[in-house]
Design a protein around this ligand. Structure first.
Ligand code: PMP
Length: 413
């Protein structure tokens, strides 16, 4: 049975960023509970939170119950001309948490970035480009790809197809001086302002573009630049939202509010795909004279997803999430420190519940993954990075096991 599944999978199913004809190894998950996955019949701690989403772990009784209760009512209805309590309730929670009054529910992170960019362009008619920074990642759809890092992203494959955006330097690392970066950003904004609708960034932590935390002062600089040139400031908090960086939202680190905010991933506790785009009244008001926001996916505001998202937010806020993230950080930081002195390691860093070992060469992903699994942990390194974003429910012992597995992976990779 199991070999059959894997054989059929290998012959027919595309997996992310891999060849269909010579795919990277794929393993079978047969169960998932708490912070653990059963992979190829063996238990492993999920140090990835299924790409940073399952913050409360798998099969959480509160979240399971929220889905079951909504399933007993209805699992889906169209959002055109209809609404429902799960959407309204989730909208109320997000408006209250973010202070942004208008909400668009999209069906994935990338789509929410598309919607955010449409919003910005419709709110600044005649301006078509975006200012961003190197090292970003915003998704795999076309407009989202256009603001991903041009080197690490997919620009080469799509040159001539992607809209041409304006890239400033990557924000400095925490502890580095920021003045030169600030001048470069200001100069670029001044040079291109008349054609730029918005400034889009991942606040505080660049994720898939390099797991790069940067100083909170940079967020204030983004806000100032946007205000100076009437740019719509878009914060993509799809990866950073819901406590991951030690702040409920990364923007809280500098108390800076964007004009548009994208949320996703951990929004539903990782139970299913849902994203939200929130915006100010100013953005909403400036869209309308030229028409209405032209977007409306089939599964917009899916009731199951909205219901589980509401339950996930309640669960997060009813716990001392800040103490939890501090606890994890205080375990990850010493746990990974030993890697810094190892040969082949360029650096080690943590922010909130994120721990990163950066090598001075590309990771051999297959070898690193095997080593981590042998140590009882599921890791999915990329480029030169071995990292963890564990579920918040991980115990101290589980965090220690993750650190040991990351060190083992770094050793062989
Ligand atoms: N923005 C950021 C910051 C992300 O990390 C991701 C996903 N890694 C996306 C957008 C795209 O989200 P999705 O994969 O749900 O389309």
């Amino acid at each position: 049975m199991m070999p059959d599944l894997l054989d059929w999978d290998r012959a027919h199913l595309w997996h992310p960023y891999t060849s269909l004809t010579t795919p990277a190894p794929t393993r079978l998950v047969t169960a998932a509970s708490g912070a653990r996955l059963e992979i190829d019949g063996r238990e492993a701690i999920d140090a990835m939170s299924s790409w940073w989403a399952t913050i409360h772990g798998y099969r959480h009784p509160v979240l399971d119950d929220a889905v079951r209760r909504q399933l007993a009512d209805f699992s889906h209805v169209m959002f055109g001309g209809l609404t429902h309590e799960p959407a309204v309730r989730l909208g109320q929670q997000l408006v209250e948490l973010t202070g942004l009054p208008h909400v668009f529910f999209a069906d994935s992170g990338s789509v929410s970035v598309e919607v955010a960019m449409k919003m910005a362009m419709q709110a600044r008619p005649g301006r078509r480009r975006f200012l961003t920074v190197r090292g970003g990642y915003h998704g795999d759809t076309f407009d989202a790809m256009s603001v991903c890092d041009p080197e690490g992203g997919m620009h080469t494959l799509w040159s001539g197809v992607l809209p041409d955006q304006v890239f400033g330097p990557r924000p400095p690392a925490v502890g580095e001086p920021i003045e030169e970066w600030v001048s470069a950003m200001r100069a670029l904004a001044a040079e291109h302002a008349s054609g730029i609708a918005g400034l889009i960034v991942e606040p505080l932590l660049q994720g898939a573009g390099g797991m790069h935390p940067y100083p909170a002062e940079c967020l204030t600089v983004f806000r100032e630049i946007a205000d100076e040139h009437d740019l719509v400031l878009v914060f993509d908090e799809i990866a950073t939202g819901f406590g991951r960086t030690g702040h409920l939202f990364a923007m809280d680190a500098a108390e800076v509010k964007p004009d548009i905010l994208c949320l996703g991933k951990a929004l539903t506790g990782g139970y299913m795909s849902l994203a939200a785009v929130l915006c100010t009244s100013e953005v909403a008001d400036r869209i309308e004279p030229g028409g209405v926001l032209m977007h409306g996916p089939t599964f917009m505001a899916n009731p199951l997803a909205c219901a589980v998202a509401s339950a996930s937010i309640d669960l997060l806020l009813s716990n001392d999430w800040q103490a939890t993230i501090t606890r994890i950080n205080e375990r990850l930081t010493p746990g990974l420190a030993a890697a810094a002195a190892r040969p082949g390691v360029l650096g080690v860093r943590t922010i909130g519940a994120v721990g990163v070992i950066q090598l001075d060469h590309a990771v051999d992903v297959a070898v690193a993954t095997d080593a981590a699994l042998a140590a009882g942990v599921w890791l999915r390194p990329f480029r030169d990075l071995i990292y963890t974003m564990p579920p918040y429910i991980c115990t101290d012992d589980e965090i220690d096991t993750i650190c040991a597995a990351m060190l083992a992976a770094a050793e062989v990779a």
